[in-house]
Write a protein that binds this ligand. Structure first.
Ligand SMILES: [Zn+2]
Length: 474
């Protein structure tokens, strides 16, 4: 088995002091200015070419590096460009050349993508111009959690830096960084690293599970080994969200615009101390929520891939109806499912296994056994139903997941994985993720086991590191 290489993108929040923020904003503004300046030139060159067909113009306008070569003379003319490191400056030009080339290609092609017009001027206030350092370790230095960015040498040729701090460094561990992009989104800075990974070659699928995501639990899975698994949602998430709502309400009663500060360049408001205090609490809780959710999702994903070579999940989207609170809860759940998909696809890549997303339209209302479709669908409170077509008894989510599994096996042409006895669930499990791992309890035929699980560890199965499942009989 040969490993293959892949690049991945890792986005990490950055802690930036107010002073550094001003500097980074300045760098971004200058890159934005340069982009517009070069676009201005490009527009003139385009007109010139239309009139003269001068081949020299083509060299500047339509090549990969033509516009970039205009930067050195421009730096002499506009010395303020020198305060920005050469990498982000160069990339402002490359970005424009790239946009022009995309436009050219879309014109030559069959205009598949009608949105690609000639590039337009960019407004800095509408979008922070990202700073791209496209060569490894050029223009930036990573030391522990501190990320030091080099600025331009300026007119006095003095080296200048700005220090920022990565909120976490673990995702970068052992990975080769190819490039770094600094972005600012909704007032928050992020370092976006492109890294190179070597990954195991994909393994053959012999066992598969299809998951039906929904709002009663995180997901309900049915597998080709005739096991079904109900994965509970994280119980603490609701409590955390309630606490967050309280804090946000408290913060928003304080003054956001408390004092006006005026600098040489601009003016801005600073919030009151109470506002800041609550905001800090909110940020901390959000960070905690993010970390805990991540651990939760990884624990589940790893346990699933220990047992199965293929994990498939429905393309769930909540209907968004109902009152505001329910809607928001369903939005939260949607983003949880969204992240779950990302985590699954990531864990599958790392373990040489497979991930697949299937169209789950109609999976709930259709009997997996005879194909009978319930007119108008099943309302959410119906957890069990009898099929009017073939009189089969269905557990709502299990039937949906079975339909999903049938679709997945058909989509991927691996229907031979279904055992002769079909998809009947022989064992029903309930999974709960704890920091120590997944706790699985057997259901259905062993109802007593579930009931006893509260006081005893004997009936608890931990999906351990070695893929084996231990079940201590009562
Ligand atoms: Zn039926």
């Amino acid at each position: 088995m040969r490993d293959h290489e892949k690049t991945a993108v890792i986005k990490i929040p950055l802690n930036v002091s107010l002073e550094s923020e001003e500097i980074l904003d300045g760098q971004s503004r200058i890159c934005n200015w340069l982009y517009n300046q070069l676009l201005d030139r490009a527009n003139a060159l385009r007109d010139e070419y239309r009139n003269t067909q001068n081949p020299e113009v083509v060299k500047v306008l339509y090549t990969e590096r033509g516009l970039r070569n205009l930067i050195p003379p421009l730096k002499k003319e506009k010395p303020f460009l020198k305060v920005v490191h050469s990498s982000p400056l160069k990339n402002a030009a490359l970005r424009l050349s790239n946009a022009i080339q995309t436009y050219q290609k879309s014109r030559k092609g069959k205009r598949k993508n009608k949105d690609t017009g000639w590039p337009r001027f960019r407004s800095w206030s509408e979008g922070w111009f990202s700073l791209l350092y496209d060569e490894p370790n050029k223009g930036y230095r990573l030391k522990g959690s501190s990320l030091i960015l080099s600025l331009g040498r300026g007119i006095d040729k003095k080296q200048r830096y700005v220090s920022t701090f990565l909120e976490e460094t673990k995702p970068l561990k052992g990975k080769e960084i190819r490039n770094l992009r600094i972005v600012k989104q909704l007032g928050k800075f992020y370092a976006v690293f492109t890294v190179r990974l070597s990954l195991p070659a994909p393994k053959k699928v012999t066992k598969a599970i299809a998951l039906d995501p929904n709002h009663k639990n995180l997901a309900y899975g049915v597998a080709t080994d005739q096991q079904s698994i109900e994965i509970s949602s994280p119980s603490w998430l609701k409590r955390t969200d309630r606490r967050l709502d309280e804090l946000i309400a408290k913060r928003d009663r304080c003054k956001r615009k408390s004092q006006k500060r005026i600098t040489d360049y601009n003016s801005y408001w600073i919030p009151s101390r109470r506002w800041k205090k609550f905001n800090e609490k909110i940020e901390n809780l959000r960070r905690k929520r993010r970390d805990q959710t991540k651990t939760f999702l990884f624990t589940i994903a790893q346990a699933l891939y220990k047992q199965y070579d293929l994990v498939a999940i429905g393309d769930y989207a909540p209907d968004g109806t109902g009152e505001t609170k329910a809607m928001r809860r369903s939005m939260n759940n949607q983003s949880l499912i969204g992240r779950f998909k990302e985590v699954l696809s990531w864990v599958s890549l790392k373990s040489g296994k497979q991930f697949h997303e299937f169209d789950e339209k109609g999976t709930t209302r259709t009997c997996h056994s005879c194909g009978y479709v319930v007119e108008g669908g099943l309302s959410p409170e119906i957890r069990h139903w009898d099929c009017p077509g073939c009189y089969s008894y269905h557990i709502r989510d299990e039937n949906a997941a079975k339909n999903g599994l049938i679709r997945v096996l058909r989509d991927l042409n691996i229907e031979n994985l279904v055992p002769c006895s079909g998809l009947a669930s022989q064992e029903r499990w309930a999974w709960r993720a704890l920091p120590s791992g997944v706790v699985a309890t057997l259901r259905g035929q062993c109802r007593n086991t579930v009931a006893a699980s509260r006081n005893s560890n004997d009936d608890v199965i931990v999906v351990d590191q070695n893929l084996s499942i231990k079940f201590a009989q009562l």
